[in-house]
Design a protein around this ligand. Structure first.
Ligand code: MN
Length: 250
């Protein structure tokens, strides 16, 4: 990644599943045209190569190697491939824990996979992770504390306030999506997030934005809602978020 293109970035999407849109190349083309730095997360190591190829042709796409916690039960056999990919990729995600399942064995397997992945990130160093923590923020934060993996971005953070405070103390980053700014609890959490460690995310195509799946370009307008929550101008939010991404990359 050249410093020049970071400086020229016009927007940020820190968590987007480009490969899960019906037309991923069209999304990547739009990202490139609008200069939106996009962390393109993936849900399984076996599909990473598709997004890695998109990155070769689109410098604003940053491919991330991941294994989604909800896929761990069926795809845990791909853990060795994830470990191998982390050796070569700066971005890692989507990874984390999802405790919607109450099955203790499933939870334990997720923790095993997440733990091994954290070990690998910690040993190679310099990795940037985008992390899922639904109903599991306490455990995720505990594991990050035990094995600091590099830069940890908590995507769509929805845990209790006490976990937000712990995560901030630990130096975690956060990415905000349209669903969060629409919800009362989401807005309360955003109000407490550190302005110098906050990014935008679409989590497209899974988040709805005005009746359509949210995309890297559609979410740039949530800077308006964030500016109301933070009591500053929309320009301030936009500048902040772009500067934060530069900081992340350097
Ligand atoms: Mn996601």
């Amino acid at each position: 990644m050249m410093i020049e293109s970071i400086a020229n970035g016009m927007g940020v999407d820190a968590h987007c599943h480009i490969d899960l849109f019906p037309e991923p190349v069209a999304i990547a083309t739009e990202i490139q045209r609008l200069k939106i730095h996009t962390i393109a997360v993936t849900n399984a190591p076996s599909v990473f190569h598709f997004t890695a190829n998109l990155e070769k042709e689109h410098s604003f796409v940053h491919a991330a190697a991941g294994l989604h916690p909800e896929l761990v039960k069926t795809h845990s056999g791909e853990l060795p491939l994830l470990i191998e990919l982390i050796e070569h990729t700066r971005f890692v995600g989507e990874v984390g824990l999802d405790f919607v399942t109450t099955n203790p064995d499933d939870r334990k397997l997720q923790e095993h996979v997440f733990g091994k992945m954290l070990d690998k990130c910690a040993s190679v160093g310099g990795r940037i992770l985008t992390i899922h923590s639904r109903r599991s923020s306490g455990r995720v934060i505990e594991m990050l504390e035990n094995t600091p993996p590099g830069i940890a971005i908590l995507h769509w953070f929805s845990g209790p306030k006490k976990d937000l405070l712990k995560a901030i103390k630990l130096g975690c980053w956060f990415s905000i999506n349209p669903a969060m700014v629409r919800s009362q609890t989401g807005r309360a959490l955003i109000a407490g997030m550190p302005k110098d460690k906050t990014l935008l995310e679409s989590d497209g195509p899974f988040v709805n934005d005005g009746g359509l799946p949210s995309t890297p370009s559609s979410i740039q307008s949530i800077t308006k809602e964030i500016s109301e929550i933070w009591d500053c101008t929309e320009d301030d939010v936009r500048t902040r978020v772009n500067e934060n991404f530069c900081k992340l990359m350097n």
